[in-house]
Design a protein around this ligand. Structure first.
Ligand SMILES: NC(=O)c1ccc[n+]([C@@H]2O[C@H](COP(=O)([O-])OP(=O)(O)OC[C@H]3O[C@@H](n4cnc5c(N)ncnc54)[C@H](O)[C@@H]3O)[C@@H](O)[C@H]2O)c1
Length: 328
């Protein structure tokens, strides 16, 4: 298959590109590099440096390449940033996705896999969260993704663009050899930030210690990036067999508190994570845990690396390698 990977220079996209190439697909990456990294781009893939908003450039890419499928990762990912600058999220995530959808339907692309988020659910009224839980986002990031899910449903009905929307819980971890991992710009995720604090690069800001949870900190469901990528492969296999629009949670069904994540990082690093306690962040839900039974039953999804120990161990190795590279 010839597959367009938007955001293929980012954290999750770079893993996807590698996996698709290993599967024997032909891969074209579309990334503006505004939040990605050139050194995360797999040299075996074709790379088009462009903004998804650049209509002419992207249209000619579609004209030339004749894609069978798209995996759409490109976008902005910070819930916190979205509460301060909502417009950029509606522009980049919702508007930018609409652009890609328009190119896709003009070029008769029939399969689309979308990076959605648990943020579409908002503050859950039921834990673990099933896919039919109400979708009432508590921040513009979640809303911007929900808008895309709604567009996808209409494009499926009207143009027959078949899709899987994967609602990721918290992606984390790195490759088993420590050569590829998480490096957002700006970084807002707990695992890399707490590792940086353990390495002594900065203080770790812990947002909220008064949540009604066992230790007062937020609880999240972490999915190892390698398992998350397998969910995409399974999504394509689903679309090979069946037409329609499908929504799946990608999580494990198990949650860890922020303090548990920090304790695991301290265990691997042998260092204390220097913590600065802050108030709650606007738009943060206290507990987000997936009900993954639908993706397990329908797609045969089975996480292999998503225990907290493996997530932190791989992330720790990746950051150690990065630090060594930076020091050279
Ligand atoms: N990381 C997570 O835990 C998580 C959780 C839920 C959903 N997601 C979603 O998964 C996707 C990938 O996340 P990630 O962690 O790899 O993020 P990332 O920031 O590492 O990657 C996003 C990539 O998209 C590119 N990009 C952004 N805007 C663009 C534009 N207008 N045109 C072209 N390229 C553009 C960036 O340069 C970057 O390389 C995002 O859509 C995100 O919302 C991520």
């Amino acid at each position: 298959m010839k597959i367009l990977v938007t955001g293929g220079a980012g954290y999750i996209g770079s893993f996807m590109v590698k996996r698709l190439l290993e599967r024997g697909d032909e891969v074209v990456i579309l990334d503006s590099l505004e939040r990605g990294r050139e050194d995360a781009i797999d040299k075996r893939a074709k790379f088009a440096k462009a903004d998804i908003w650049n209509w002419n450039e992207v249209e000619s890419l579609f004209d030339n390449e004749k894609f069978d499928s798209i995996v759409h990762f490109a976008g902005y990912i910070s819930m916190e940033e979205s509460t301060k600058d909502p417009g950029i999220y509606f522009y980049k995530n919702s508007g930018g996705s609409l652009e890609i959808l328009e190119h896709a339907r003009r070029h008769n692309v029939s399969k689309f896999v979308f990076s959605s988020t648990a943020g579409v659910y908002g503050s859950p009224i039921e834990i673990p969260i099933p896919e039919n839980h109400p979708t009432t986002p508590t921040n513009p990031y979640g809303e911007s993704k929900l808008m895309v899910e709604r567009m996808l449903s209409w494009y499926q009905k009207i143009y027959g663009l078949n899709f899987v929307s994967l609602r990721y819980f918290n992606a984390a971890g790195a490759s088993l050899d420590g050569n590829l991992g998480e490096r957002h710009q700006p970084e807002t995720h707990i695992v890399p930030l707490a590792i940086k604090a353990a390495i002594g690069q900065k203080e770790f800001k812990l947002y909220g210690i008064d949540y009604p949870t066992k230790d007062g900190t937020c609880i999240r469901d972490y999915i190892h990036v390698l398992d998350l990528i397998e969910a995409h492969v399974l999504a394509f296999e689903k679309l090979d067999k069946e037409k329609g629009g499908f929504f799946y949670n990608v999580g494990t069904g198990k949650g860890y508190s922020n303090k548990e994540v920090i304790a695991m990082i301290e265990k691997f690093s042998g260092s204390i994570v220097k913590i600065k306690t802050e108030g709650r962040r606007q738009g943060d839900a206290e507990i987000l845990i997936a009900d993954p039974s639908k993706i397990k039953k329908e797609l045969g999804f089975q996480p292999r690396y998503s225990d907290l120990e493996t997530i932190v161990k791989t992330a720790w190795e990746w950051h150690k390698n990065l630090k060594m590279k930076d020091e050279k």
